[in-house]
Design a protein around this ligand. Sequence first.
Ligand code: SAH
Length: 232
Amino acid sequence: MQIDILTIFPEMFEGPFRHSIIKRAADKGIARIRIVNIRDFATDRHRRVDDYPYGGGAGMVMMIEPISRCIEHLKQESEYDEIIYLSPDGDLLDQRMANWYSTRERILLLCGHYKGIDERIREHIITREVSIGDYVLSGGETAAMVFCDAVIRLVPGVLNDETSALSDSFQDNLLSPPVYTRPGDFRGMRVPDILLSGNDREIEEWRMQKALERTKARRPLLFGPEPGEGNP
Ligand code: SAH
């Protein structure tokens, strides 16, 4: 899989993808992230990527020309499964959507800034809009990082047995049960005896019970009807 991220702040991505699971995925050649600087596709000599909004008002708007040229250039290599604009009014990212994108081959993520991007890009170039939550960020970069993290860890072969995604929250419409590690007793706060019992079947039952309790208490709506097949 390859995810191309279009941004006017490429430096923001220098840290987050160089560690942990995303790095491992890249090292194994399973999932590659490429950062593309939109400014490299600006047409004027000031390498301008934003301009004042028509009709007036505060804030700048990202221009259509550099973004359109950039995407046309990248499309020469091969088509994208999806061209995504990260936007607070897009479809909400959830585990189901992350699973869906983990099976795609090539995705483009466009990060907006300032007041957002010229509407014509959204109408004619973008194929999907995705939000990471009902709040407004100052740029799409952090949203792109969240998207990549949630999706790439689900690509087969990225996680090993130890970190398997199958037991994660939401993966089976259940939240994760509590987990513990040493010491067994910290200032009188004890790990539940069952986990020290060595009885695998009972431990499994206990975990299922806790997952159900937690889901009922915190996310009862997860028990709703199964959504249909296809692109969530
Ligand atoms: N004026 C716009 C917000 C612009 S925020 C509005 O009210 O809808 C600047 C950029 O941050 C956006 O172009 C988008 O790419 C990104 N962004 C902000 N909040 C986001 C969210 N919740 N999810 C995904 N991207 C977001």
